[in-house]
Design a protein around this ligand. Structure first.
Ligand SMILES: Nc1ncnc2c1ncn2[C@@H]1O[C@H](COP(=O)(O)OP(=O)(O)OP(=O)(O)O)[C@@H](O)[C@H]1O
Ligand SMILES: [Mg+2]
Length: 240
């Protein structure tokens, strides 16, 4: 699905991603864990070119998206991204928030976009909120809408950057449930998360990122039960 070749990213003189080569296959669920400042968000943001890599290539679904003449907006449609903060348009209803992009991008007629939005809202159990405004929703509800809004573009892959870390604890579960459902349906996912329970349960592979490297990776059992590197052990001892 996505091949990262010798990816580097510098901010000024500061090397944040150091020569990362990695492949994520269709259907994989990657949990990305690691200390604050290690480069997890930057890695994720480079995947869909929200950050321009300093060096290296990213091949998405057969296309070198770091090459010249690539329509990056088209690529981003196919790679949904959900952040810590939901970025819903406060002046638009939930239904309009979800259907805005598919209609503007002419992927669907209005009627079809609305039907699809309602179908997705039923999946996340928020169909009754279609005509509400973001300000009338809880944080967990808003984040479920943000996920639906990405899914409305029928992405091939979803990127999540700490989607639950701004939520009140009692709302974390409902968002993780939606993400589990997506994983079960076969969505390819890369998730930066501090939710180690989710990473253990849902991830097919875990990347431990440290100082701009994927220092260690493996199945959840390998990384959580049998970490090889001292840095991984130290990190896990703080978060588990
Ligand atoms: N736009 C930017 N300009 C300059 N430096 C940046 C920028 N974005 C990130 N950095 C730096 O790059 C490094 C990696 O940041 P990044 O946000 O990727 O870390 P992270 O692993 O996601 O951390 P956290 O767990 O706190 O979210 C940090 O030292 C950060 O200060
Ligand atoms: Mg981050």
């Amino acid at each position: 699905m996505i091949a990262v070749e010798k990816l580097t990213k510098k901010f000024g003189g500061h090397l944040v991603l150091d020569n990362i080569t990695e492949t994520i296959h269709a259907g994989e669920k990657i949990a990305i864990i690691g200390p604050s400042g290690s480069g997890k968000s930057t890695f994720l943001r480079c995947l869909n070119l929200l950050e321009q890599p300093t060096g290296g290539r990213i091949i998405f679904d057969g296309t070198d998206i770091t090459g010249k003449g690539v329509d990056i907006n088209k690529i981003r449609q196919q790679m949904g991204m959900v952040f810590q903060h939901f970025n819903l348009f406060p002046h638009l209803s939930i239904l309009d928030n979800i259907t805005l992009a598919p209609i503007q991008l002419k992927l669907m007629e209005k009627e079809e976009a609305c039907e699809e939005a309602l179908r997705l809202l039923r999946i996340v159990n928020l169909q009754e909120k279609a005509d509400a405004y973001p300000g009338q929703l809880s944080g967990g509800q808003k984040q479920r809408i943000a996920i639906v809004r990405s899914l409305a573009l029928k992405p091939k892959m979803m990127l999540f950057d700490e989607p639950t870390s701004a939520l009140d604890p009692e709302m974390v579960g409902e968002v993780l449930e939606v993400m589990k459902g997506l994983a079960d349906e076969g969505m390819t996912m890369a998730v930066v998360t501090h939710e180690m329970g989710f990473a253990r349960e849902v991830a097919t592979r875990v990347f431990f990122v440290d100082e701009g490297h994927i220092l260690e990776q493996g199945t959840p059992v390998e990384v959580f039960e049998h970490p090889k590197h001292a840095r991984t052990k130290e990190f896990l001892s703080k978060v588990l």
